[in-house]
Design a protein around this ligand. Structure first.
Ligand SMILES: C[S@@+](CC[C@H](N)C(=O)[O-])C[C@H]1O[C@@H](n2cnc3c(N)ncnc32)[C@H](O)[C@@H]1O
Length: 287
């Protein structure tokens, strides 16, 4: 197995195991935290009535449902995800939304109806492919020649306080995580505009327009400081750094997270900066 396909398989395993279970349990809070990101990405993607849309890495379905509302009853949205637990919740949430359907499938190789989609959309669901150029070439084949691709992704970890602040707190007590390689899949793997442009043009898209989006995100998802502390120790890079540590080290690190997040807590949540790209492009001439 090549390094890229090994990395891809590990992602599928993660999203069907611990990752999927955690995201599913936290889905309502994640949707509160990411609601302004979804709104901004939808505004850029501009889904219209009657359009056919594919939502890549749709997870628990919040974006699929929002898209279904935008394309109205004559439009169609297909939410696609590799995670069985997350997709099961998406299906539950979409009962009563007849123009939304779902497929448990790998977007990198799924045999999409050729040139049928007006819009391929994603909220943070396209950074996990082992071979992203091949995966985006597959997504491009799903798009009509007049279609468009629009997604959001994170910029560099250093710019994302929502992740950096709890992780730095934890590092007072546990060893640093190894840095991912420049081509490894992961949440921050689309931070570099050069890399994203190389991937998308290599996949047959035009050079993308990448617009920075900076938002203060409520990492507690409406739950307050203790929720934010518990979540930071359960999900994301700080939780990875904590995994396998003895109880006393974990307790000290969690106390450190609380200390670091407390100054950001207020009446409208625990707000830290999120730094993203909104990426938009269209199929290239050869598509
Ligand atoms: C960071 S989560 C985002 C979920 C959702 N879009 C949201 O914003 O709540 C990434 C999602 O991408 C999905 N994913 C990862 N690799 C995938 C692949 N090859 N094909 C389809 N979905 C994939 C995961 O299962 C997960 O649901």
């Amino acid at each position: 197995m090549s390094q890229a396909s090994d990395a891809h398989e590990k992602q599928i395993e993660y999203w069907n195991g611990e990752g999927g279970t955690l995201w599913r349990a936290r889905a309502d809070k994640t949707d509160v935290m990411l609601a302004p990101v979804l709104a901004a990405t939808l505004e850029s993607a501009a889904p219209r009535a009657n359009e056919t849309v594919v939502d890549i890495g749709c997870g628990c379905g919040a974006s699929t449902l929002a898209l279904a509302g935008k394309v109205a009853s004559d439009g169609r949205v297909l939410g696609l995800d590799v995670s069985a637990p997350m997709l099961a919740l998406a299906r539950e949430r979409a009962a009563g939304t007849p123009n939304a359907s779902f497929a448990l499938a790998d977007a990198a190789i799924h045999p999409f109806a050729a040139q049928a989609a007006d819009l391929v959309f994603s909220r943070f669901g396209v950074m996990f492919f082992g071979d992203p150029t091949a995966a985006f070439a597959n997504l491009r084949r799903a798009l009509k020649p007049t279609g468009r691709l629009a997604f959001c992704c994170w910029r560099a970890p250093d710019e994302n306080d929502w992740m950096r602040v709890p992780l730095r707190a934890v590092y007072a007590h546990v060893p640093r995580l190894p840095k991912p390689g420049p081509e490894d899949p992961g949440p921050f793997s689309f931070a570099s505009p050069d890399r994203v442009t190389r991937i998308l043009t290599g996949a047959g898209f035009r050079p993308p327009c990448m617009t920075p989006l900076d938002l203060m995100l409520d990492i507690s998802g409406g739950g307050g400081l203790e929720e934010a502390v518990a979540d930071a120790s359960r999900v994301g890079p700080a939780s990875v750094a904590l995994s396998g540590q003895p109880d006393d080290v974990r307790e000290a690190a969690i106390a450190e997270i609380r200390k670091a997040l407390a100054p950001h807590a207020g009446p409208d949540g625990v707000r830290l900066k999120g730094a993203m790209w909104i990426v938009e492009t269209t199929p290239g001439a050869a598509a």
